[in-house]
Design a protein around this ligand. Structure first.
Ligand code: GAL
Length: 649
């Protein structure tokens, strides 16, 4: 297509460049530059040393870390870009990256894979007519460790407007999820587990106009339903597998759906879905914010799609070193019972409130003397703490290694397991089911032994942040862990980073592009990961809500078979992941990790399929059609197509 700008640029090509000006990269505003670890450094390497590649030292440039990206608007001036790129010498030969200069969405220059020991490569790119340029550093496909990447002596030559940096290539947040209809529809988990005699709580998730009345035929003895709210409570003494038929009715119709209640030893038979305070409020959490989050959760209709937990992370405890008065106070009472900080004056009142909404409540602690935030941990008080959590009415515990580092003798399996076994025993004594979420960032291959300490889920990585680098390196590194996922045991690649996040009082809209957000939710559903929303629910926008309320997408996460997707194909920057579903169909994600749109193909041979198959687009909730051998789609930069594939009749 010829545009006015294109014609003008063409004319300029022949025009002698007068008053060309050199604008060094390190003189631009680098705030929008993303970086896979820490922050880009002006004129220095990541570790603050002089920029040095292959023994050559540079006086100017930018030190960054894969994966990194900077978008620069050139707005009309003919320009070129030059630099010397490479892995900084400070990582002593480790690390491997690729540098790419993108112009208007096309790769203009690529370094190829560069290793830590390589000499620098000279970049010289003509940017005539190019409107925007992206400086990209990838991890070259092997993770981001030691990827200290230098854009040394980097500069633009311009004869028009000065280059300006901008956040990410503009992408419209297009809502794909169809709106739920006014007639009743029952969503969410099709199986729940509870231990004999333990309190049971389940709110029937149903969309549709209110008022709505609910029914539950075949409830085991001990459970009762409130037909007006759809909340089932009670406890069941007898072990067994109970088939219940749930019903929801309004003036427009009626819906029924089966729910299997398994009364036995195992709980969390589908990945827990809810909200956690960390990725938004972090150290600024208060009981009032949690209560408001629960209200907003209901108001947004999340419970109608099967979301059910409201979890408090760190900073409900007293933090001995803090100067903040609301974090101070007595740590424990005379019997050694932990005392919440003044921000949480009535724990029981708070969980009663949450339970009253038909939701469950979660809490956080550390097996060490201190939590990661420096607050009071459970070390030496595990029995009292488990008893307090149960007495307060909590249904979920995230147990975060943190300062237990100082207590473990070494990183042997026995030492890694020990603190989790101590709390396991303490939790087992309580007359309450408490989902046990291990958080120790994947040490000692926790996926292989988490079940042996009664863990229901376990973090497999460090903390996530709202960047593509973080999301993609965590999400796609889950390949192989599918062997360990099953009902009651889930790998946990950390919480969701859509919506307004921020880890403290100042929140910002997620830095992920809309396509990256589709990738995030699609991948976490395929991975059968716990889904814990990490944003401020009082600032939930329509787009974020649409990402969290697509029942066909959530069904992939909540499938009763409890399989986790594995990677079945990889070609360049594109990947295909597939998850076996209970009904025999496959949920398949076609991902494009690359910087430009690409065709991604899911071959039947890679999926173990043959013959005619029906392909359904899960985000749009629409049949795409029948295919014989493969399904291929054009996938945007960092985007995804999530489909379900079943044999044609
Ligand atoms: C980290 C943990 C985070 C959050 C934080 C609280 O170790 O991974 O998810 O819980 O501690 O201080």
């Amino acid at each position: 297509m010829t545009t006015t700008a294109g014609i003008l640029a063409g004319l300029w090509m022949g025009t002698p460049v007068s008053a060309a000006e050199t604008v060094p990269l390190d003189k631009l505003d680098l705030k929008p530059m993303t970086c896979g670890w820490q922050k880009p450094v002006v004129g220095k390497s990541m570790d603050g040393n002089p920029l040095r590649i292959g023994g050559q030292v540079f006086a100017s440039g930018v030190g960054t870390h894969a994966a990194s990206e900077l978008n620069v608007i050139l707005d009309g001036g003919a320009a070129s870009f030059s630099a010397v790129v490479g892995v900084d010498d400070e990582v002593e030969g480790l690390g491997s990256v690729e540098f790419i200069v993108m112009g208007d969405g096309k790769a203009l220059w690529k370094s190829g894979v560069m290793k830590g020991s390589d000499k620098g490569k000279k970049v010289e790119v003509n940017l005539t007519g190019v409107k925007s340029v992206s400086l990209v550093v990838t991890d070259a496909g092997d993770g981001i460790n030691f990827d200290h990447a230098d854009w040394a002596a980097a500069a633009f030559t311009v004869s028009g407007a000065k280059p300006k940096t901008e956040a990410v290539p503009g992408e419209e947040p297009v809502i794909l999820t169809p709106k739920a209809g006014p007639a009743p529809k029952i969503n969410g988990a099709k199986v729940v587990g509870v231990r004999p005699g333990r309190p049971f709580l389940f709110r029937i998730p149903a969309t549709g106009e209110r008022p709505m009345s609910f029914s539950a035929a075949g409830l085991p003895s001990g459970l009762t339903l409130d037909p007006a709210t759809g909340i089932i409570t009670g406890s069941v003494a007898a072990r067994g597998s109970y088939k219940v038929e749930l019903g929801a009715k309004n003036s427009l119709g009626a819906a029924v759906r089966g729910l299997r209640i398994e009364v036995g030893d195992r709980i969390a038979l589908t990945p827990p879905m809810g909200w956690n305070s960390w990725n938004c409020f972090a150290h600024a959490v208060t009981a009032d914010k949690v209560r408001r989050a629960a209200d907003a959760f209901i108001k947004a209709g999340l419970a109608e799609h099967g979301w059910s937990y409201i979890n408090i992370d760190d900073f409900w405890e007293v933090c001995p070193g803090s100067r903040d008065a609301t974090l101070q106070g007595p740590e424990r009472d005379a019997e050694g019972r932990i005392l919440p900080n003044p921000r949480f004056p009535d724990m029981k009142g708070l969980t009663d409130y949450i339970h009253g909404l038909g939701l469950k409540a979660g809490l956080y602690s550390s097996p060490g003397p201190r939590t990661c935030g420096g607050c009071v941990g459970s070390f030496g008080f595990e029995e009292q703490d488990a008893a307090s959590y149960a007495a307060w009415g909590f249904d979920y515990l995230k147990y975060d290694w943190c300062s237990y580092n100082g207590k473990a003798y070494d990183r042997s399996l026995a030492e890694l397991k020990k603190p989790y076994q101590t709390m396991q025993k303490a939790l087992a004594k309580q007359n309450r089911d408490i989902v046990y979420s291990l958080c120790q960032y994947g040490m000692g291959q926790v996926s292989a032994w988490g079940d042996s300490v009664d863990g229901n889920c376990w973090r497999t990585t460090g903390d996530i942040t709202d960047s593509w680098a973080s999301l993609s390196s965590i999400g796609f590194s889950q390949a192989g862990l599918e062997a360990y996922a099953k009902p009651g045991n889930w790998n946990d690649p950390d919480m969701l980073i859509v919506g307004h996040v921020g880890w403290g009082p100042a929140l910002h809209p997620t830095r992920l592009t809309p396509n990256e957000q589709y990738t995030h939710i699609s991948l976490w559903c395929l991975l059968a990961s716990p889904l814990l929303i990490g944003c401020d629910l009082e600032q939930l926008d329509e787009f974020t809500l649409s990402l969290l309320t697509n029942d066909e997408v959530l069904e992939v996460n909540q499938d009763p078979l409890g399989r986790q997707a594995g990677r079945v194909a990889i070609a360049g920057k594109t990947e295909v992941w597939a998850k076996q579903m209970e009904d025999g169909s496959l949920a398949v994600g076609l991902f494009n990790r690359g910087e430009t749109a690409a065709t991604v193909t899911a071959e039947w041979s890679a999926l173990g399929l043959s013959g005619k198959q029906v392909v359904r687009d899960l985000w749009r909730q629409k049949e795409i059609g029948e295919q014989d051998k493969a399904f291929a789609a054009e996938i945007p930069r960092h985007g995804v197509a999530l489909v379900r594939i079943r044999p044609a009749k």
